[in-house]
Structures are given as structure tokens and as C-alpha cells.
Design a binder for this molecule. Sequence first.
Ligand SMILES: Cc1cc2nc3c(=O)[nH]c(=O)nc-3n(C[C@H](O)[C@H](O)[C@H](O)COP(=O)(O)OP(=O)(O)OC[C@H]3O[C@@H](n4cnc5c(N)ncnc54)[C@H](O)[C@@H]3O)c2cc1C
Length: 396
Amino acid sequence: MSESFDFIVVGKGMMGAAAARHLALAGASVALIGPDEPADWANHSGVFSSHYDNARITRTIDNDPVWARLARRSIERYDAIERESGVAFYHEVGCLIAGPAPGAAYDYIEKVEKARDALGVVAPRFDHDELSQRFPWFRFPKGTAGIYEQQGAGYINPRALVMAQTVCAQKGGTRIVRSEVRSVSEAPDRVVVTTRDGSRFDAGRVIVAAGGFSLSNTLLPRPIDLKVKARTVFFAEVASGDLAAFDGMPSLIGAAPEQERSYYLLPPVAYADGKHYIKIGGDPTDRVLDGEPAVRQWFRGSASVAAAEHLRGLLAEVMPGLRPVSTHFSPCVTSFTRRGLPYIGFAESERIAVVTGGNGQAAKSSDEIGRLGAALVINGRIDEPEYDADFSVAFR
Ligand SMILES: Cc1cc2nc3c(=O)[nH]c(=O)nc-3n(C[C@H](O)[C@H](O)[C@H](O)COP(=O)(O)OP(=O)(O)OC[C@H]3O[C@@H](n4cnc5c(N)ncnc54)[C@H](O)[C@@H]3O)c2cc1C
């Protein structure tokens, strides 16, 4: 026995849940299939996700105009998704991007200003001295400038956004199946999806939105060119009595030509243990995970001690006044595509589509990426002249 739908989305993550919501809005019959977060990571044998956290930076300002537009369109819909779902996920605390001032060889800040101006976003530039006055929590090297987007930026809770998208999709009639998919295969005129617990579903078209697990050789007919990188995230606990001192602190991106000097940093965010943590990420080197089993293994492990120590050092440099009560670190993965944009395209035939490849920055933009994925499977193509972009899938 197989349950039939117009569309099935494999992966109840950031892009998949968004795609399901948009498909349901279009009036299609949809199944969204993917497991919830495991309670015990170390002993979990199934798949994981890159959104198992409480904070992801959101901002329109970007050095790439396509990413800026993907973000902008998503951010514009946050409020409607929160209202429709009743789930709050957006914290508009602002975002600062700091990097070498214009005129330096590394022209990141100039590119951010260009993308900002093309979209008409209000985000003024501050020079080094202005930065230390306006943002007293941070200390930057001489010659740093910063672009500050105060409105429409800050951070989102990715767990809550996925929940909100799932609630909206379900309200729109989507069937939510909380299981891991074992296989996706084409049959004449249909695509058949089976789950680890033995259920069977079919649809006219399927979207595989499995994040780093899109490397799996049972989900796609042909391996895609996706580099999944191991990431370590460092958390510094802020004493509850100190929290008021961080009022007004924005999210921060430190952009540098050297990977080991680049980082992102979140203001104190509440977690399930009732504590608040400042979070910093930005691995000094890349470790590419070779295949889906390696991705599972990385999530089950305790991340990299060397990367965590590096992040501890960066945090002490940029926030010299911070005195954490405790620290810890945890694993995550980011998935990189050949062209640096997400894949939103068909995988070989026109029945199985792939929506993946967040390139470390798709949480904030996941709603628009999901919308484009939904448009692809509904219309058979993406017809969006505003995007001067190639979202097609590259294969290995
Ligand atoms: C440490 C870290 C920090 C980041 N910071 C930011 C940030 O500040 N701002 C930002 O915008 N982005 C950020 N990102 C990136 C962002 O989190 C990702 O781009 C985003 O989560 C990708 O969404 P996705 O839907 O592709 O993958 P995911 O959110 O990982 O979702 C994939 C889903 O597929 C499911 N799945 C996998 N295999 C199967 C299967 N076989 N069957 C069924 N379901 C399956 C998983 O359970 C998961 O729910 C960060 C990422 C990391 C790791």
C-alpha cells in the first residue's frame, strides 16, 4: 500500500519545510517526510540536521547580490509566517559586518555596499572610531570599517522557524511524516519514497532537501557536487546578572581575507537549559566529510578541540571584556555547491528535484529558497527574471 501525493518533500529541515509550505499554499497535495531532532546525539544512528540550534544570523547585507535578494525576500515574509503559525522565531537585534575599510586589497565591504544599494537597504558605514563608540562590546583592529543593518536583521531561531514552517504546511493540508527516508526511486510516471520504518509513498514529483545528507546514494539518482564541511561552534555562557549589559548588541560578522580571521558571532541567546550563550563560529581550516556515513559520524562526535580553542581566542580578541561563566562546543556541518549558490534544480530526470547547498548561509534565506523549489516542481522550471543566477544542479 502506498499513499499518493502531488508532491513529496524529503527533509523536514529549513529548505524542505519552507518548500512544503509553499506547495501547500499553491493548493497541491503534499507530504513532508523527515525525522524530528534526536534527543541523544551521541547514540543516534539516524540522520541529523544543520538547524539544530537556537540562533542563525539574518541580514540582507551581503557581498553577493543573489544571496542578498534571497535573504531580503525571506525576511519580508518572517512576520507573516510568525502570525500564521503562532511560532515566534525572529529577533530583530540588527547585524554588523566588519572588515577592512574601503581602499584595502580585500574589497568585501565595498561589495556589501554595492549589494545594499542595489536593494535599497538602509545600512550605514561606520569607521573604526565610530565602531567602538556605537558598539562598545567589540574591539576591532585599526583600519576596520563596519556596515550596520539595524532593521530587518538580527537572528532567527532555526529550530523555531522549521517548526513554524511545518505548522503552516500542516494547516495548508500537508501530511507530516516524522520518519527517515530510506530510498527515493523512479517508477513509470511516479516517484516512490520508502521510509526506514517501512512505509511507502508516491508522488508525481519529489524534492530532496536533505541538507548535508543529500550526499546519500539512496536519495538521488546521481551524486551531486556537494562539499559537506565539518564545523565546530563555540558557546560562551553569560551570567544572568550580566545580561542587561548586552542589551542592543547586534549579530556580528567579521570578514577577513584569511579564513582563520573570519568569524560570525551572536549576542546572548536563550537555550533549552535556561542559560544564555554568546556563540561564535568560523573554523580556521576545512575538513571535508567524505560521504553520508562520515556526516552522521561527525554529528555523533564532540567536534574539534583545535577549532574550539581557535574560536575561544577570536572571541577573547573581539570581546576582551567578556567573562564567560562556562564554555562548551558542538558539531554542525555546512554544504557547499560548485557555484556558491544553492542547488534548486532537477537531478537528472524531471521528477526528482534537489534543493540543498546552503553554503553556510541559507538559514535566513530558506523561505525564498523553498519557494523557488516549489515553483520548480510545480512549473517544471524557475522563471524568475529578477534572479541573475544559475541554480541548476552540478553533478560529480
Ligand atoms: C554552525 C552553523 C552556523 C550557521 N550560521 C548561519 C547563520 O548565521 N545564518 C544563516 O543564514 N545560515 C547559517 N548556517 C547555515 C544554515 O543553518 C544552513 O544553510 C541550513 O540549515 C540549510 O538548510 P537545509 O534545509 O539545506 O538543511 P537542514 O536544515 O540540515 O535540513 C535538512 C533536513 O533533511 C533531513 N534529512 C536528512 N536525511 C534525511 C533522510 N534520509 N530522510 C528524511 N529526512 C532527511 C534532516 O533531518 C534535516 O531536517 C549555519 C550553519 C551551521 C552549521
